[in-house]
Each structure stands twice: as structure tokens, then as C-alpha cells.
Design a protein around this ligand. Structure first.
Ligand SMILES: Nc1nc2c(ncn2[C@@H]2O[C@H](COP(=O)(O)OP(=O)(O)OP(=O)(O)O)[C@@H](O)[C@H]2O)c(=O)[nH]1
Length: 310
């Protein structure tokens, strides 16, 4: 592969959901959105004609089609080959969006992404499950598997259901412990700040962005940086105290007891992780996205600052 040995793994957004739920529509909106990132999409139609590939190619971002199979089983080898091809171009994309076919259990794809060859060069960032607000079957095992795998649920076709219908599907998702639920508009648009890495990969764009509203004011973004290496237990305690207010958080950390080693921190839904990164990290740079109704950006910023108190 052509990428530099020390480059950080390219984040992968895995988009899953039932047949016809609205996955391609959502990916189309992600590829077209004004985030300034270069993306590549991998689509997996369960048929011989790759319609999704044709639709998404019109976005101008590179699209790679996997034909006539199902990534979760027979196409795993093809997925690995395709990801390697994407990463072998001179400038690797900022992120890769993979559309699973509607008949896929995302477990197989998630497993494929942890392939020993791939896991140093790509990193599963989030599983996004698109749910048709009008037409869904919570008794269906595949639907349940797709929703259970989700870090983020995107509700599509909500205009077709009234407030009661929306409340009903929200109640089902809440009972499945899905806390991060976004509502797509008719064009499939959702706030890409919650899905993509822009703030972390291009931090210079948001250094003075404390509590800025995003996504029609439903979320607030806080960017916090520090040149002082963090004390890990204090960081963990602070994140734990803030987590109930947060929809998403991520960033690069340097930790006092691990000089020279950078870490990537991720919080999505209820899942938090800290993983070492190959490239060196200068200081700490965090992006927190909180739910506007509960998130106090000033207090969160003060809590983060106090981690550096002697
Ligand atoms: N009215 C309405 N139609 C939608 C919305 N999202 C998707 N659709 C329509 O629903 C149909 C299926 O949408 P796709 O985005 O192709 O769904 P998909 O999940 O990619 O479908 P498969 O790849 O076949 O599994 C298309 O006709 C879309 O135009 C929405 O929010 N509102």
C-alpha cells in the first residue's frame, strides 16, 4: 500500500439497514455535504447491476462497487481487496463510507474490518444503521441485528409518519438502548459533524468554537485543546461525568505516563474507546458534541481544564 507507514488509520463509517431503508440516500447526502473532506464510498448491491454505485458516482466522490454478493459472507475477500485499492492511491481519503447490502448482518463486515492486514490502515469509526420510520419490523432478526450493531441510528422517511409514529419508533430504539438517534431530512441529510472526523483531522478550523450550535441547534460543539499531557484516570473520570450529556466525542490525546505515544479517544453512543495511534500526537485535542438540552459547554470546558490542575 502506498500510504506512509506512520499515517493514522483511515476512519470507516459502516452504513447498514434493511433493504430500501434509505441507506443510499443517506450516503448520497454524506458524500455531497459541505464538510471539505475527501471521501470514498464502497457499495454492496445484492444483485448483478450495481445501481447504488451509479447513483453515488454522480456525487463526484470515488465510488467502488462490489457486485453480486453479500459483504458479510462471500464478498469479504473483495471488500479487503477494494479497501486496499482505495488506500493504494497517492492521497488516501479522509474517510471511507461502506454501504452494506440490506441483507447483510453487519457483524461479518465488522469482523472483516478487524482483519490483521487492514486494522492498522483502516479503523471502524462508527456503525450507522438507517431505520425506515414507516416500514420496519422489530420482530425480524436481521433488523434487530442491524439496529443492535448501531452506534448511531438514522431515522429515514419520517415525514411519512406522524408524531405518534415517530414516538413509537423512538420508544423501540430507546428500549434497545440506542441513545444517539438522528432524524434525516427528505434528502437523507444528517449532521455530518456527528458522523465524520473533520474536527479531529482539521482542528485548526474550530479552535474557538466553544458551545457552537450545530444541526439546527439540537447539538452543541466544544473543541478543547491542551499542550499538557493528561493524567489518564482524571481524564477517564471527567469523561464519565460528561458522558450522559454527550452524543459524540473524539480526539487525540497525549498521556503523562506514556510519553511519545499518542492515543485516539472515541465516544459514540455508549461506547468509549482509547487506542494507540502510530503517528506522534502533540498535546491533546478533543471535540465534544453534546445534546443541546443538557450540555453546558462552559462547565464542560472548565471540567476539562481542571484536569490539568496540580
Ligand atoms: N419520501 C422519502 N423517501 C425516501 C427517503 N429516503 C429514501 N427514500 C426513498 O426510498 C427508496 C429507497 O431508498 P434507498 O436510499 O435506495 O434505500 P437503500 O437502503 O439504499 O436500499 P437498498 O440498497 O435497496 O437496500 C428510494 O426510492 C428513495 O428515494 C426519505 O427520507 N423520504
Amino acid at each position: 500500500m502506498a500510504e506512509e507507514p506512520n499515517a493514522s488509520p483511515v476512519p470507516v463509517l459502516l452504513v447498514t439497514g434493511a433493504l430500501g431503508a434509505g441507506k443510499t440516500t443517506v450516503i448520497n447526502a454524506i458524500l455531497r455535504a459541505d464538510h471539505g473532506l475527501s471521501l470514498a464510498a464502497v457499495v454492496n448491491d445484492f444483485g448483478t447491476i450495481n445501481i447504488d454505485e451509479a447513483i453515488l458516482s454522480a456525487t463526484g466522490q470515488p465510488v467502488y462497487g462490489l457486485r453480486n454478493g453479500c459483504i458479510c459472507c462471500s464478498l469479504q475477500g473483495d471488500l479487503l481487496r477494494t479497501l486496499r485499492a482505495i488506500l493504494s492511491v497517492r492521497a488516501a481519503p479522509d474517510a471511507i463510507v461502506i454501504e452494506a447490502s440490506g441483507v447483510s448482518d453487519p457483524g461479518g463486515i465488522i469482523e472483516a474490518l478487524f482483519d490483521p492486514v487492514l486494522c492498522g490502515v483502516v479503523r471502524l469509526d462508527a456503525v450507522v444503521t438507517v431505520v425506515d420510520a414507516e416500514d420496519h419490523d422489530p420482530a425480524d432478526a436481521l433488523w434487530t441485528a442491524q439496529v443492535r450493531a448501531a452506534d448511531i441510528v438514522v431515522l429515514a422517511k419520517t415525514a411519512a409518519v406522524g408524531p405518534d409514529g415517530l414516538a413509537a419508533i423512538r420508544a423501540i430504539l430507546t428500549s434497545m438502548h440506542k441513545t444517539l438517534v438522528l432524524v434525516a431530512d427528505d434528502q437523507g441529510s444528517v449532521p455530518t459533524d456527528l458522523l465524520l472526523d473533520r474536527d479531529v483531522r482539521h482542528p485548526e478550523a474550530h479552535t474557538h468554537d466553544d458551545g457552537a450550535p450545530i444541526a439546527d441547534g439540537r447539538f452543541l460543539r466544544l473543541v478543547w485543546s491542551s499542550s499538557t499531557p493528561l493524567c489518564l484516570p482524571r481524564f477517564q473520570a471527567t469523561v464519565q461525568s460528561l458522558a450522559p450529556q454527550l452524543a459524540r466525542a473524539k480526539g487525540f490525546l497525549s498521556i503523562r505516563d506514556r510519553p511519545g505515544q499518542g492515543f485516539l479517544f472515541q465516544l459514540v453512543g455508549r461506547r468509549a474507546s482509547l487506542s494507540p495511534v502510530a503517528s506522534p500526537v502533540a498535546g491533546t485535542h478533543l471535540v465534544l458534541i453534546g445534546r443541546a438540552e443538557v450540555f453546558d459547554a462552559a462547565r464542560a470546558s472548565a471540567a476539562l481544564e481542571s484536569m490539568n490542575d496540580a
